[in-house]
Design a protein around this ligand. Structure first.
Ligand code: 48F
Length: 257
């Protein structure tokens, strides 16, 4: 006998248990695009407690669409070891490789979950928790509340480090700029992304992956948008390497503490 009430109990209890297990973590990531997923997996591999919040129902951000909805991504030689690490197939020559955007999202997501990352979809980061020491968590709400424009107060989760991996809109940094100020950029504000220049952008995105305010890091396209570098289009090596770099930087900090 299938009892609908038992289904309700199982869903609500298990979802709430997961939620309560993740209100006080080591690292909280805003955005489940390629950079956020890669960062989450490599941190979790080292036993770090990681939670990732994604606004949409689907994880993967701008990766699904490949280039102009042709479902392929290009990855340069430097980042191919990350495709290998996630078991993503590719083909190519002369240092430029092509993979399926769909396989890429599926495997990035699966490996992050297998490593122990908890992913909450349909939840948006709408503010940060701020202390004298810096950013100390995220303020979150259902994306459906945001979309409906309902006046519903959010809840907060605490984390030792936060990552803005929200892509082009740099949503977490925008909030910090507006409400707190003093980002670690040339002007102290978000510099804004430039027009497409893939070669320059791909190396800058790794360089720009860093702490932008105490305990808040930027990764992926958000890093280039915050520090004023160009966009790159559907070449994804930089996104993968940026995710790896932010995990290395945070692991270094966690080991020092
Ligand atoms: O945009 P996105 O894929 O970020 P990324 O990891 O990768 C960028 C590439 O996809 C592409 C590119 C590479 O050539 O330029 O654009 O830097 O993923 C960002 C994710 O963050 C979610 C959003 O729905 C998307 O899935 N997101 C954005 N704002 C919020 C958020 C928020 N406030 N809270 C939670 N999730």
């Amino acid at each position: 006998m299938i009892d609908e009430i038992e289904i309700t109990r199982l869903i609500v209890k298990n979802a709430l248990d997961d939620f309560l297990d993740n209100v006080d973590v080591d690292v909280a990531i805003a955005g489940g695009g390629p950079s956020g997923l890669v960062a989450a997996r490599y941190l979790a591999d080292e036993g770090v407690r990681v939670v990732l919040f994604e606004r949409k129902l689907s994880i993967g951000g701008g990766m699904w669409g490949g280039g102009m909805m042709f479902p392929k991504i290009v990855v340069q030689e430097d980042a191919v070891h990350i495709l290998d690490d996630f078991g993503i197939k590719y083909s190519g020559k002369n240092g430029m490789f092509v993979a399926s955007s769909i396989e890429s999202v599926a495997k990035l997501t699966a490996k992050a979950i297998d490593a122990g990352v908890t992913i909450f979809n349909g939840i948006s980061v709408e503010d940060v928790l701020i202390r004298d020491s810096g950013v100390s968590g995220f303020v979150i709400n259902w994306s459906s509340v945001e979309v409906a424009g309902l006046h519903v107060d959010p809840l907060a989760i605490r984390s030792r480090f936060c990552v803005d991996a929200t892509g082009h809109p740099t949503e977490v940094c925008k909030i910090v700029q507006m409400k707190v100020g003093g980002l670690n950029t040339a002007s102290g504000n978000i510099e804004g992304e430039g027009s497409m220049w893939a070669d320059k952008s791909e190396s800058l995105v790794v360089e720009n992956t860093k702490e932008v305010y105490p305990n808040l890091y930027v990764a992926g396209m958000a890093a280039n948008a915050v520090f004023g570098a160009p966009r790159m289009g559907p070449i994804f090596g930089g996104m993968l390497l940026s995710g790896k770099r932010v995990s290395d930087l945070i692991l270094g900090k966690l080991k020092k503490k």
